[in-house]
Design a protein around this ligand. Structure first.
Ligand SMILES: [Zn+2]
Length: 260
């Protein structure tokens, strides 16, 4: 994760300490001195966030020996803003961990306990709310076509669910098949077809995703020339769409149970 912010153990202890000081919403002179002492005892905190910011402020405040009422308020509001930022970072870490532990072999969407707001494509005044813990959305497509499917199944993926999965995880990738589906939804501005059946099989140790509806065409998401892409196979005519086939196409057909 290239842009992931990391916080050292010492700084985490500092954040916990700040939280105990601001529990009553205020900072007393004595508490400000305790904070000063924490930084003096742990000077390594002062070279990184959030210790450096607190150290800068406290040095300024205690220049004249004691802190005024106004300065104590300044310290309190600084600590509260640090707590809010750290909450966001910890929340992001938790999301990243859940995504990293998501199995690429289960044909389901990851369950991530967060709600993401997504603006409507057609009406900028309208916002939809996606709950990624069970892949639900407040849009009419989801309500009309998808709500009766089991939580986190691919049929529940309206375009907003795909946008939300993209929005919370811009810095890294999901399993390739899921990334491929998210990209498809983003480019087509459509959700996954709620009438399709979705299956994952392992071919040469790599997950290959199949989707099919009532037609003779089966969609296959698999590797080809270093990319994970979508292919079409017509069961009746026994041919690959546009003549383009993925790697291990014969094994894939066997896995699909297609008889030539
Ligand atoms: Zn939706």
């Amino acid at each position: 994760m290239s842009t992931k912010e990391t916080i050292s153990l010492k700084s985490r202890q500092l954040i916990d300490f700040c939280r105990t000081l601001t529990l009553d919403g205020d900072i007393s002179d004595e508490e400000a001195w305790k904070l000063r002492k924490f930084l003096n005892d742990n000077p390594e905190c002062c070279s990184e966030w959030p210790g450096a910011e607190i150290d800068y402020l406290l040095t300024k405040v205690f220049e004249n020996g004691s802190a005024s009422e106004h300065e104590l308020k300044q310290i309190a509001s600084k600590l509260i803003s640090i707590e809010m930022k750290s909450f966001k970072i910890f929340n992001k870490e938790q999301i990243d961990e859940l995504i990293e532990s998501f199995s690429p072999y289960d044909c389901i969407l990851p369950s991530i306990p967060t709600i993401v707001s997504i603006k409507s494509d057609s009406n900028p005044d309208e916002t939809y709310y996606v709950n990624l813990s069970d892949s639900s959305c407040s849009c009419s497509d989801w309500y009309g076509e998808r709500r009766h499917f089991q939580p986190n199944t691919l049929n529940r993926c309206c375009k907003h669910v795909a946008y939300a999965l993209h929005k919370i995880n811009k810095d890294s990738e999901y399993p390739e098949w899921l990334q491929c589906l998210i990209n498809e939804c983003r480019h087509s501005k459509k959700g996954l077809n709620p009438k399709f059946r979705w299956t994952i099989v392992l071919v040469k140790n790599n997950p290959v995703l199949f989707s099919s509806g009532n037609s003779d065409l089966i969609n296959i998401y698999a590797h080809h020339d270093g990319n994970f892409s979508k292919f079409g196979y017509d069961i009746k005519e026994k041919r690959w769409s546009y003549g383009i086939r993925p790697h291990y196409s014969e094994t894939i057909k066997i896995a699909l149970g297609i008889q030539l």
